[in-house]
Design a protein around this ligand. Sequence first.
Ligand SMILES: N[C@@H](CCC(=O)N[C@@H](CS)C(=O)NCC(=O)O)C(=O)O
Length: 238
Amino acid sequence: MTEKSYTTTSAFPPLTPGKIRIYSMRFCPYAERTRLVLHHKNIEHEIVNIDLKQKPSWFWDRNPNGAVPIFELDDKVIYESLICSDYVDEAYPNNKLTPSDPYRRAQDRIIVELFPKVVSFFYKIAYGKEVSKEAITGFHEALDRVEKALADRGTPFFGGSAVQMVDLMLWPHVERFDAMTQLVKEASVPADRYPKFTKWIENMGTVPAVQKCRWDTPSHIHFVETAKAGKPDFDVGL
Ligand SMILES: N[C@@H](CCC(=O)N[C@@H](CS)C(=O)NCC(=O)O)C(=O)O
C-alpha cells in the first residue's frame, strides 16, 4: 500500500478483513498519538494517508469532521485521537497503557486536558505570521503547569516509572517543539525553567514506539514552512 496521500480523485483502497486501518497524515500529531499506541502494543495495521487539502469523498463518509486520525476495522469506524487511542488500549489488552485505578486514570486525563492550552500557543507560535509577546508568555505559563504536574509526580514519565497513555498523548506536539524553537527563538524551552520536562523529553526519546513514529526537526520545519505557504508537503521524500 502506498504511503502517498490519497486525494479527491483516488479510488477507495479496499479493506482487508480483520486488518486495522488508520487514516492518517504523515505530519499529523493527532494521528501520531494513535500510531504510537499501535506501535507500543505491536499491533499490525495499515496506514492510508490523506491529502487534507483534497479529501476523498470516502474519507468524509468515515468522519464528518474531515479530520485524521480515523480507525477502521471491518465494520467499526472510530475517530478523534484520544478516543481511537483509548479504544485500541481497551480492545487489545497486551502492553496496557492505561492504569486500572480509576482515580489514577482521572489524574492522568487531567494532565492530557491541561495540554491543549500549550498546544494552542504552539500553533500560534509555529504557524503564526507574526508571533505576539502574549503567545510566547501564554505558552510558557501553560507549560509551567505541565512542569509542575511532572514535578509533583516525581517520576520519569507522567504515567510513572514506564511510559503510559498520558505520555504518548502529550508526546507528538512536544516532538515539534524543537522545530518551533528553531523557527521562533523566543519560544525556547530552557532546561533551567523546565528541568523535569526536559528530562522527560530525553526519556521519551528512548521509547521504541517514539523512535519508530518520530520525524526529525528538519522534516518538521519543512512541513511547517510548506504549510504556512499554503502548500503543505504531505508527501515529502516519497
Ligand atoms: N480533535 C482531533 C483533531 C485532529 C486534527 O486536527 N487533525 C488534523 C491534522 S493534524 C486534520 O485532520 N485537520 C483537517 C484539515 O486539515 O482539514 C483529534 O484529536 O483527533
